[in-house]
Design a protein around this ligand. Structure first.
Ligand code: SAH
Length: 510
């Protein structure tokens, strides 16, 4: 055991939207050695963590039970005793029905230093995202947080809801969906009228949020009809009837729609962002997988002779990444790259190069390998010029051949990575697609259409799943879809992400 004691940070992970955690929470996630998280903490928060941090999921997995509380406490103590900075992420706020008290109890017994970072609790988040003011000068002067489920081992409730039936204030019920008929019965016995307004909000703050409104008398049937399940926040009180008429969150243009986006291209992240901003849910499906693969002997030969090249051409951002990883291992001075000029096939590749504070001398007007060769030959005159092409296992023949035959350049190729098909039958996101379906699949290139057909088996929808229409980013992609006899649901008139989103909005709002 090291003498250095670690520390445990009990952090509120907020209700779901990663934008709703505190700045302190983010700093601690970024610095953590170990992160322990459960089902209600959004796994996207882990994107901020160090790549080498240890991540331990302690929530329920399909078919498996969650890790018992005492084991979680053991993990916290054990890692902290090893001198680690341990982040314990808990949905909402750690001290609101989150067993945070039990965890710090254990830490105190073992004399482990800790810090507590509050989070936005589900009641506040659900109210805000549904437009329900929890207090109101005319209708409600008290807010009560209640749980319908104190201890999974205990069947009975110690809360007497009849007492709460007397209130004119607002009740916020956590973990109560299963017990609701009984809770409503007791509230009414206690004197609450059957027409008291009730709102139920599931997955608040996420784009999969769903809500339903009714009264004490109708809400159980309303929940059933709307198909609402856990996790859900139940808000009872006059304030529910005075919620805002503008649905700032659920009213967004693509709210309630689910899109499949392929991650085969660098721009997928941006497309996902734009869709989510408009309220859509996005399932990202990686059709291809890129892994570094190279011949170390060839790499060292090329590096030894780097000074001979007048041009270095990068055909993808992946090539740039692997190239510089290897370069920095071999050299400790960027000037070892030499005075060569640099070409990139397109904007994304150029951006990756510029991260190294290197200027890109040439990007073709059209982002493809043929155009790159043609334009270089035309503008730069490549005869007898020594060129290094950094590339993958695909997509290089045309470029190299043109440079050699038409440009009469002297070309060396350095393959650094391999692109291969992902097995979507074993991919989690694809599994979700098969189960839940989607409203649209977005095709951003002809190659994504081909992969889709290729992986047909992975797209077999289960019963009850939504059946998607197919969206096309532009004329070229549409042509491929039509050739493959796939019906086009909507199409961007010009091939750009903005036009694509516009076409989707138009399609779903008509
Ligand atoms: N510590 C958490 C609560 C944990 S108890 C907090 O402060 O929010 C779990 C219950 O919280 C769920 O059963 C549900 O009632 C509520 N809850 C958590 N996240 C929610 C969300 N995104 N939308 C609706 N309810 C949520």
């Amino acid at each position: 055991m090291s003498n250095k004691k670690g520390k445990v940070y009990l952090i509120g992970a907020g209700p779901g939207d990663p934008g709703l955690v505190t700045v302190r929470a983010r700093q601690l996630i970024e610095a953590a050695d170990v992160i322990i998280y459960d089902y209600l903490a959004n796994p996207k928060l882990l994107d901020w963590a160090r790549e080498d941090s240890e991540r331990i999921y302690v929530g329920k997995r399909s078919g498996l039970h969650s890790i018992p509380q005492d084991e979680i406490e053991e993990i916290l103590v054990e890692r902290a005793n090893k001198g680690k900075q341990v982040v314990r992420l808990k949905g909402g706020d750690p001290f609101v029905f989150g067993r945070g008290g039990e965890e710090i109890g254990e830490l105190q017994i073992d004399n482990i230093p800790f810090e507590i970072v509050p989070g936005v609790t589900a009641a506040l988040a659900a109210a805000a995202y549904a437009g329900i003011p929890l207090s109101h000068r005319e209708f409600s002067s008290s807010i009560t947080f209640l749980t319908g489920h104190e201890n999974p081992e205990k069947q009975s409730l110690s809360i007497d809801f009849r007492k709460h039936g007397q209130t004119n204030g607002t009740l916020c019920l956590y973990m109560s969906l299963g017990q609701l008929p009984r809770i409503i019965g007791e509230l009414k016995e206690g004197g609450m009228p059957g027409d008291k307004p009730v709102g139920v909000i599931q997955w608040a703050t996420l784009n999969r949020q769903q809500s339903v409104y009714g009264s004490l008398d109708t809400i159980v049937a309303d929940i059933e009809a709307a198909g609402i399940g856990t996790p859900a926040m139940i808000i009872i009180g006059e304030v529910v009837a005075h919620r805002s008429k503008t649905e700032w969150f659920e009213g967004r243009e693509l709210f309630g729609k689910r899109f499949v986006v392929t991650r085969a291209r660098e721009q997928a992240g941006q497309l996902t962002h734009m869709l989510e901003d408009k309220g859509a849910e996005v399932i990202e499906l990686p059709f291809i997988e890129v892994t570094p693969e190279f011949d170390p002997k060839l790499v060292s030969e090329v590096f030894t002779g780097l000074a001979v090249y007048e041009w270095i051409i990068f055909t993808s951002a992946n090539g740039v990444k692997t190239f510089f990883d290897l370069f920095y291992k071999a050299f400790d001075d960027i000037r070892c790259l030499g005075p060569m000029r640099i070409a990139a096939v397109g904007a994304a590749t150029a951006r990756e190069i510029e991260k190294h504070r290197l200027k890109v001398d040439f990007v073709p007007k059209k982002a493809n390998a043929e155009a790159l060769a043609d334009e270089l030959i035309e503008n730069e005159g490549m005869e007898s010029v020594q060129v290094l092409v950094v590339t993958g296992n695909q997509n290089r023949e045309a470029l190299v051949k043109r440079l050699e035959t038409e440009g009469r350049a002297i070309v060396d190729t350095l393959p650094l990575y391999k692109t291969k098909k992902t097995n979507l039958l074993e991919n989690e996101a694809a599994e979700r697609f098969r189960k839940e379906g989607a409203d649209a699949i977005l095709f951003t290139s002809s190659s994504t259409v081909n992969s889709f057909i290729d992986q047909n088996a992975a797209f077999k929808l289960e019963e009850g799943a939504r059946h998607p229409v197919l969206g096309s980013i532009g004329p070229m992609t549409s042509k491929t879809l039509t050739e493959k006899k796939l019906p086009i649901g909507f199409e961007a008139p010009v091939s750009s992400l903005e036009h694509f989103i516009e076409a989707a909005v138009k399609h779903f709002n008509e």
